[in-house]
Design a protein around this ligand. Structure first.
Ligand code: HEC
Length: 145
């Protein structure tokens, strides 16, 4: 009898502990630059690769390269605006003109735009800082996830 109630007590303790653990809020895993770049790679392949190419080299006189692109590496506001609004400016890009137009990609979320630009800024031999969803949100000017 004594032995049985001890067993019940142990079992109850284990069950209560297990329940408490399962109810703990899941710890949000912290985002890292590497994770953003990995998400961005998939977005690039779907949304950008057809024009800017797998190696970021672009297509001569048609689509500009992103590899070594001065604006991509130095002007966050401008490149966010290009992804949001597209680009038909026909202004020189690193001293070259490109005949194609880029369409708006405003349907991407702020996080997706941050990820794809962070990927481009850190691929094809490029090295630049991470770009965040908060920075995209400011340029977009409206609330969107
Ligand atoms: C339909 C082809 C096409 C697609 C798809 C496309 N782009 Fe572009 N992109 C262009 C062209 C063409 C230009 C230059 C337009 C001009 O000269 O007016 C450009 C310009 C840019 C620029 C500005 C470069 C500079 O130096 O000013 C960035 C950054 C860029 N694209 C990134 C991206 C990203 C990131 C994606 C995917 C989300 C993407 N593009 C999708 C064709 C494309």
């Amino acid at each position: 009898m004594k032995k049985n109630s001890l067993l019940v007590l142990v079992l109850l303790t284990v069950m209560v502990y297990a329940l408490a653990q399962s109810q703990k809020p899941k710890q949000k895993t912290q985002d890292t630059p590497a994770a953003s770049i990995e998400r961005g790679r998939a977005i690039y392949q779907k949304e950008c690769l057809s024009c800017h190419q797998a190696d970021g080299g672009g297509v001569p006189h048609i689509n500009p390269p992103l590899a070594g692109n001065t604006v991509l590496l130095n002007d966050k506001t401008k490149i966010i605006a290009v992804v949001l609004k597209g680009m038909t400016d026909r202004i020189p890009i690193d001293d070259e003109y490109y005949s194609n137009n880029m369409a708006s990609h405003a349907y991407l979320t702020n996080q997706e735009i941050a990820d794809v630009l962070t990927f481009a800024r850190n691929s094809f031999g490029n090295k630049a800082s991470v770009l965040t969803a908060a920075e995209v949100k400011v340029v977009r000017g409206v609330k969107k996830k």
